[in-house]
Design a protein around this ligand. Structure first.
Ligand code: PRP
Length: 193
Protein backbone atom coordinates (compact mmCIF):
# COMPACT_ATOMS: atom_id res chain seq x y z
CA UNK A 1 0.00 0.00 0.00
CA UNK A 2 1.23 3.55 -0.73
CA UNK A 3 2.40 5.74 2.16
CA UNK A 4 0.08 8.72 2.82
CA UNK A 5 1.50 12.00 1.50
CA UNK A 6 2.93 14.53 3.98
CA UNK A 7 -0.09 16.75 3.31
CA UNK A 8 -2.48 13.95 4.25
CA UNK A 9 -0.46 13.19 7.39
CA UNK A 10 -0.94 16.79 8.49
CA UNK A 11 -4.73 16.39 8.37
CA UNK A 12 -6.43 16.40 11.74
CA UNK A 13 -8.60 13.50 10.69
CA UNK A 14 -5.48 11.44 9.89
CA UNK A 15 -3.73 12.25 13.18
CA UNK A 16 -2.31 9.06 14.72
CA UNK A 17 -2.83 10.39 18.24
CA UNK A 18 -6.57 10.61 17.80
CA UNK A 19 -7.97 7.36 19.10
CA UNK A 20 -11.42 5.93 19.65
CA UNK A 21 -14.39 8.22 18.99
CA UNK A 22 -16.13 8.78 22.30
CA UNK A 23 -18.99 10.99 21.11
CA UNK A 24 -19.94 11.54 17.49
CA UNK A 25 -21.05 14.84 16.00
CA UNK A 26 -24.61 13.58 16.01
CA UNK A 27 -24.56 12.42 19.64
CA UNK A 28 -23.21 15.82 20.66
CA UNK A 29 -25.79 17.69 18.60
CA UNK A 30 -28.73 15.66 19.93
CA UNK A 31 -27.77 16.03 23.57
CA UNK A 32 -27.14 19.76 23.16
CA UNK A 33 -30.60 20.16 21.65
CA UNK A 34 -32.04 18.47 24.74
CA UNK A 35 -30.09 20.69 27.10
CA UNK A 36 -31.16 23.78 25.15
CA UNK A 37 -34.82 22.74 25.32
CA UNK A 38 -34.54 22.14 29.07
CA UNK A 39 -32.94 25.53 29.66
CA UNK A 40 -35.57 27.21 27.45
CA UNK A 41 -38.30 25.71 29.67
CA UNK A 42 -36.62 26.50 32.96
CA UNK A 43 -35.69 30.12 32.16
CA UNK A 44 -39.01 30.95 30.44
CA UNK A 45 -39.42 34.64 31.32
CA UNK A 46 -35.79 35.38 31.98
CA UNK A 47 -32.84 36.51 29.92
CA UNK A 48 -30.00 34.27 31.06
CA UNK A 49 -26.41 35.37 30.86
CA UNK A 50 -24.27 32.54 29.56
CA UNK A 51 -20.73 32.72 30.87
CA UNK A 52 -18.44 30.79 28.57
CA UNK A 53 -15.27 29.49 30.18
CA UNK A 54 -12.53 29.95 27.59
CA UNK A 55 -11.09 28.42 25.83
CA UNK A 56 -12.45 24.89 26.00
CA UNK A 57 -16.14 25.78 26.20
CA UNK A 58 -16.29 27.98 23.10
CA UNK A 59 -17.76 25.32 20.78
CA UNK A 60 -20.29 24.04 23.31
CA UNK A 61 -21.38 27.56 24.25
CA UNK A 62 -22.03 28.42 20.60
CA UNK A 63 -24.14 25.34 19.90
CA UNK A 64 -25.94 25.50 23.25
CA UNK A 65 -26.88 29.14 22.66
CA UNK A 66 -28.31 28.21 19.24
CA UNK A 67 -30.38 25.51 20.98
CA UNK A 68 -31.90 27.92 23.52
CA UNK A 69 -35.04 29.65 22.29
CA UNK A 70 -34.65 32.71 24.52
CA UNK A 71 -32.82 36.02 24.16
CA UNK A 72 -29.63 35.00 25.96
CA UNK A 73 -26.58 37.16 26.55
CA UNK A 74 -23.07 35.75 26.32
CA UNK A 75 -19.89 36.83 28.06
CA UNK A 76 -16.50 35.20 28.41
CA UNK A 77 -14.13 34.42 31.22
CA UNK A 78 -10.78 32.72 30.84
CA UNK A 79 -9.01 30.68 33.47
CA UNK A 80 -6.18 28.24 33.26
CA UNK A 81 -4.93 25.48 35.46
CA UNK A 82 -3.52 23.07 32.92
CA UNK A 83 -1.34 25.36 30.83
CA UNK A 84 0.10 23.31 27.99
CA UNK A 85 0.24 20.19 30.15
CA UNK A 86 -2.24 17.32 30.35
CA UNK A 87 -2.03 17.50 34.12
CA UNK A 88 -3.58 20.20 36.32
CA UNK A 89 -1.12 22.50 38.07
CA UNK A 90 -3.47 22.62 41.05
CA UNK A 91 -3.63 26.42 40.85
CA UNK A 92 -6.32 28.25 38.89
CA UNK A 93 -5.30 31.51 37.26
CA UNK A 94 -7.74 34.18 36.01
CA UNK A 95 -6.62 35.05 32.51
CA UNK A 96 -9.55 37.22 31.38
CA UNK A 97 -12.40 38.54 33.50
CA UNK A 98 -16.01 39.17 32.46
CA UNK A 99 -17.11 42.50 30.97
CA UNK A 100 -20.70 42.26 32.24
CA UNK A 101 -21.84 43.13 35.78
CA UNK A 102 -23.46 40.04 37.33
CA UNK A 103 -25.63 41.89 39.84
CA UNK A 104 -29.18 40.52 39.64
CA UNK A 105 -28.41 38.39 36.59
CA UNK A 106 -29.44 34.78 35.98
CA UNK A 107 -26.07 33.31 35.20
CA UNK A 108 -25.42 29.99 33.49
CA UNK A 109 -21.77 29.07 33.69
CA UNK A 110 -20.90 26.99 30.64
CA UNK A 111 -18.01 24.53 30.89
CA UNK A 112 -16.68 21.92 28.51
CA UNK A 113 -15.54 19.51 31.21
CA UNK A 114 -15.55 19.07 34.96
CA UNK A 115 -12.54 16.92 35.71
CA UNK A 116 -11.10 17.39 39.21
CA UNK A 117 -13.59 20.21 39.88
CA UNK A 118 -10.80 22.62 40.80
CA UNK A 119 -11.65 25.15 38.08
CA UNK A 120 -15.34 25.10 38.88
CA UNK A 121 -14.81 25.58 42.60
CA UNK A 122 -12.66 28.62 41.84
CA UNK A 123 -15.17 30.06 39.36
CA UNK A 124 -18.14 29.56 41.68
CA UNK A 125 -16.38 31.36 44.50
CA UNK A 126 -15.39 34.16 42.17
CA UNK A 127 -18.86 34.65 40.61
CA UNK A 128 -21.09 34.08 43.64
CA UNK A 129 -19.75 37.16 45.44
CA UNK A 130 -20.75 39.38 42.50
CA UNK A 131 -24.44 39.21 43.46
CA UNK A 132 -26.14 37.24 40.64
CA UNK A 133 -29.87 36.47 41.08
CA UNK A 134 -29.02 32.86 40.30
CA UNK A 135 -25.97 30.86 39.27
CA UNK A 136 -26.21 27.47 37.61
CA UNK A 137 -23.60 25.38 35.88
CA UNK A 138 -23.98 23.59 32.56
CA UNK A 139 -21.15 21.31 31.54
CA UNK A 140 -20.95 19.23 28.39
CA UNK A 141 -18.80 16.57 30.06
CA UNK A 142 -18.18 15.38 33.58
CA UNK A 143 -15.87 12.70 34.85
CA UNK A 144 -17.58 9.74 36.49
CA UNK A 145 -15.47 10.45 39.58
CA UNK A 146 -16.49 14.13 39.90
CA UNK A 147 -18.80 15.07 42.79
CA UNK A 148 -21.30 17.06 40.74
CA UNK A 149 -23.76 17.62 43.55
CA UNK A 150 -21.06 19.02 45.78
CA UNK A 151 -20.02 21.32 42.92
CA UNK A 152 -23.59 22.45 42.22
CA UNK A 153 -23.72 21.32 38.60
CA UNK A 154 -27.30 21.39 37.32
CA UNK A 155 -26.94 20.49 33.65
CA UNK A 156 -24.64 17.71 32.40
CA UNK A 157 -24.35 16.57 28.82
CA UNK A 158 -22.44 13.35 29.28
CA UNK A 159 -20.63 11.52 32.05
CA UNK A 160 -17.39 10.03 30.78
CA UNK A 161 -14.64 7.74 32.12
CA UNK A 162 -11.09 8.84 32.85
CA UNK A 163 -9.56 8.78 29.35
CA UNK A 164 -7.91 11.96 28.16
CA UNK A 165 -10.25 13.39 25.53
CA UNK A 166 -9.85 15.89 22.72
CA UNK A 167 -12.05 17.65 20.19
CA UNK A 168 -15.12 19.86 20.23
CA UNK A 169 -13.19 22.56 22.10
CA UNK A 170 -10.92 20.34 24.15
CA UNK A 171 -7.22 20.44 23.40
CA UNK A 172 -3.79 19.05 24.02
CA UNK A 173 -1.23 21.83 23.68
CA UNK A 174 -3.84 23.97 21.84
CA UNK A 175 -4.33 21.28 19.20
CA UNK A 176 -7.52 19.35 18.33
CA UNK A 177 -10.03 21.99 19.54
CA UNK A 178 -11.51 22.16 16.02
CA UNK A 179 -12.13 18.44 15.70
CA UNK A 180 -15.89 18.10 15.23
CA UNK A 181 -16.30 15.13 17.55
CA UNK A 182 -14.89 13.94 20.87
CA UNK A 183 -12.12 11.35 20.78
CA UNK A 184 -9.70 9.68 23.13
CA UNK A 185 -6.20 11.13 22.94
CA UNK A 186 -3.55 8.47 22.51
CA UNK A 187 -0.04 9.85 22.82
CA UNK A 188 2.94 7.93 21.51
CA UNK A 189 6.68 8.43 21.91
CA UNK A 190 7.31 9.35 18.30
CA UNK A 191 4.68 11.98 17.65
CA UNK A 192 4.03 14.97 19.92
CA UNK A 193 1.08 17.38 19.67
C1 PRP B 1 -9.97 22.69 31.24
C2 PRP B 1 -11.46 22.72 31.03
C3 PRP B 1 -12.00 23.13 32.38
C4 PRP B 1 -10.98 22.56 33.34
C5 PRP B 1 -11.55 21.35 34.03
O1 PRP B 1 -9.43 23.96 31.10
O2 PRP B 1 -11.82 23.63 30.02
O3 PRP B 1 -12.08 24.52 32.52
O4 PRP B 1 -9.83 22.22 32.58
O5 PRP B 1 -10.59 20.71 34.84
P1 PRP B 1 -10.71 20.63 36.42
O6 PRP B 1 -12.12 20.21 36.76
O7 PRP B 1 -9.70 19.58 36.79
O8 PRP B 1 -10.36 21.97 36.99
P2 PRP B 1 -7.88 24.28 30.76
O9 PRP B 1 -7.22 24.81 32.00
O10 PRP B 1 -7.26 23.10 30.11
O11 PRP B 1 -7.98 25.49 29.76
P3 PRP B 1 -8.73 25.55 28.32
O12 PRP B 1 -10.21 25.59 28.60
O13 PRP B 1 -8.24 26.83 27.74
O14 PRP B 1 -8.33 24.35 27.53
Amino acid sequence: MNEPSPAAQHRLTEDPNIGRVLLTEQQLAERIQELGAQITEEYQDRRPLMVCVLRGAYAFTTDLAFAIDLPVEIDFIAVSSYGSSTRTSGVVRLVKDLDVDLTGRDVILVEDIVDTGLTLRYLRRSLEVRGPASLEVCTLLAREAADLEGLGVKYVGFTIPGDFVVGYGLDVGEKYRNLRYLAVYEPDEVSTP
